[in-house]
Design a protein around this ligand. Sequence first.
Ligand SMILES: [Cu+2]
Length: 114
Amino acid sequence: MIKQTLLGLAVIIAPVLAFAHSKSEATTPANGATVTEVPELSMRFDDPMRIISVTLTSSDRDVEIERETGMDPATEFRALPLEELTPGSYRFDWRGMASDGHPMQGSFSFTVTE
Ligand SMILES: [Cu+2]
């Protein structure tokens, strides 16, 4: 009986905790998307996020990107690839700090075709 009650509480509390953190709401390209070109990489957050580091990886190598957004907390992050992205799978990883001071990280992936 007690176990059931605790489980019920965990289910109720979990979404509230997740919601307290600023999360990446939408990205360009969208997570899982297949695109023919990538003029820019962007992320939008529901609360300002200080993006500390970003990497774009394809297969086994890092692709050079240049961030357009500074180090100040912002609800939108933007970066440009410094080279045309050749067909393949890409993964964008970011680390940052939420407005409540908690370290956050996330990633999204996309595929480039000809
Ligand atoms: Cu937090």
